[in-house]
Design a protein around this ligand. Sequence first.
Ligand code: FA5
Length: 333
Amino acid sequence: MNKDIDTIQSEAAEAINRAKTSEEVEAIRVRYLGRKEGLLNNVLKSLKDLPLEEKRRIGPLAQQARKEIEEAIDFKLKSLVEFEIPEEDITLPGKRSETGHLHPLTKTENEILRIFTSLNFSVIDGPELESEYYNFDVLNIPADHPAREMWDTFWIKQDKKPKNSKDHYLLRTHTSPMQVRYMETHEPPFQIIVPGRTFRYEALDASHEANFSQVEGLMVGKDVSFANFKFVIEQFLKSFFKGKKIEFRFRSSYFPFVEPGVEVDIKFKNSKWLEVMGAGMVHPRVFEFAGYNPRDWQGFAFGCGIERLAMIKYNIPDIRMFYNGDLRFIKQF
Ligand code: FA5
């Protein structure tokens, strides 16, 4: 009887080992452990004819064998589930994996940079975490100047009280701080553009974001004039809007760091004017802060909203669509 159990167990182990599919394993379960005709059950049934002592000895052995066969079957089934490869119909069309693409604002920024580099402007990068000194003071906006109200500012919480305005930090409210930063370390003549993110603590609406982007432009030389500014901007707008007919205007305006100052508006949906940039001739005080003699140099500067240009180019009615992460919008570009 011992021998029978051993034989059954080793036969079962071998069969389980050879099995290749879960159906085969199930058939082995029926053959060895099945209630009616299972080989091991037959042994157990035959115990009833044996003397008590034999029953006590053989019974646990048979139970042990049953347990081990069950375990081997379960183990085999698990490994088969992992490795069974479903049959694929290789004639079906493949699934196209989605590829990403550039965000409409990145596309717009790239296009702006392409046009200005073709006009011989160099692209310069600047810090988003800026000091009060570069964001305001050197732009002729001292601490008590009412024009500071034009830029609602995110100030940085600092553990130690700042020693001076160079040590007092904020998130830049515009890209203009790069004007003096660049001039401090470079000699004119030059022409640069500075793209980047800007931040304002302000009420949001269809044309105002708290986090938006600008492109700053600065051209300085011996006799750079307002006419040069008009020419460059007109070239830029023509190229940016390609064949699309647009109406734009220069409107006189005020910024403490330019004189004279203008704003440029473009006609948008419903024939409303949308302001896209502030600009003007660099103020002599700004040249002085940069260490230039204002009698020797003159130049123009402008700061242009990238979202606003994209809104007009692609007919986007609300600036908040760029940032709300709705893929139905993003996928259209
Ligand atoms: C400035 O930021 C000046 N630094 C521009 C400048 C540069 C003037 C150089 C003179 C010389 P303003 O706050 O108007 O100006 O912003 C310039 C442009 O940024 C606006 O015309 C608009 O296109 C965009 N802009 C301003 N605020 C927002 C906002 N909250 N959301 C989206 N775009 C904005």
